[in-house]
Ligand binder design. Structure first.
Ligand code: ATP
Length: 239
């Protein structure tokens, strides 16, 4: 997939800038910002986006918009592979959208769909690269490549690698070959076979993560051997 990169020093949100491009009918656009002043995660949660991180959003016009969750999976794989290649570090994917190292969050992925005259998907990646420290709200849960490896990394090289890896997977996505993406994703995901607590707004559920269904939902087996489907939209997972 040929794409065009737009690089900004500072943006409110790369997702929102990508959305502006979609309103002009454009696609295969990559928006990168050195800092974001209103970076967000799922459910409008704040994504701390100070300088030293990689903040990029990929604006796509996929043929199939029914299975956007696979784009989150594809981006997570691209991030894990790029970190391995560039920082020689083995990281893991936590369902549905995090990449972490020893439980510390390095990267969050946010896929948003825009449905209307034209259908678009925007895949956002926030990756902690060269930060030395984090604000107190996240200092116990976040890590950066610099903090782990004690060296700086070239953010543009990481971006390029993520985009290359992502494009390969996006070809599978556009051919509806979701099972190929899922198979690779499972190699890097450490949620499956773990005992987890799924937290919704109203309750907590303990169980063993036993698999992923074809819509990328997590399947949880409870103590009473019931299989419960955990849908991404309303849940947080704790190991
Ligand atoms: P969780 O990781 O807690 O299960 P989530 O996957 O839903 O939640 P996201 O919506 O992807 O989380 O990201 C937002 C959350 O990530 C914030 O609430 C905060 O806890 C954490 N966070 C925010 N900024 C960063 C950052 N730069 N690095 C690591 N974690 C961050």
């Amino acid at each position: 997939m040929p794409y065009k990169i737009f690089h900004f020093k500072s943006l409110a949100s790369t997702q929102d800038k990508a959305r502006e491009f979609s309103e002009k009918g454009l696609s295969n656009i990559v928006v990168i910002a050195d800092v974001q002043t209103k970076g967000r995660g799922r459910f409008k949660r704040k994504w701390f986006s100070n300088s030293g991180g990689l903040y990029l959003s990929i604006l796509l016009k996929p043929k199939n918009i029914q299975n956007l969750q696979y784009l989150t999976f594809a981006a997570s794989i691209a991030v894990v592979k790029s970190i391995k290649k560039i920082a020689n570090l083995s990281t893991s994917i936590k369902w549905p959208n995090d990449v972490h190292y020893k439980g510390k969050k390095l990267c969050g992925i946010l896929t948003e769909g825009i449905f209307g005259k034209g259908n678009y998907a925007i895949v956002g990646v926030g990756l902690n690269v060269n930060q030395n420290k984090f604000p107190s709200e996240i200092k116990n849960i976040a890590a950066s490549l610099k903090i782990i490896k004690k060296q700086n990394f070239n953010i543009n090289n990481i971006a390029k690698s993520i985009l290359d890896e992502f494009c390969t997977l996006y070809n599978y996505y556009n051919k509806n070959q979701f099972e190929i993406i899922l198979k690779i994703w499972k190699k890097y995901c450490d949620t499956i076979n773990k005992n987890v607590t799924a937290i919704t707004k109203t309750k907590k559920l303990n169980g063993k993560a036993v698999g992923i269904d074809k819509n990328c939902n997590l399947l949880l087996k409870t103590k009473s051997n019931k299989i419960i489907k955990i849908i991404e939209g309303d849940i947080n997972i704790r190991y």
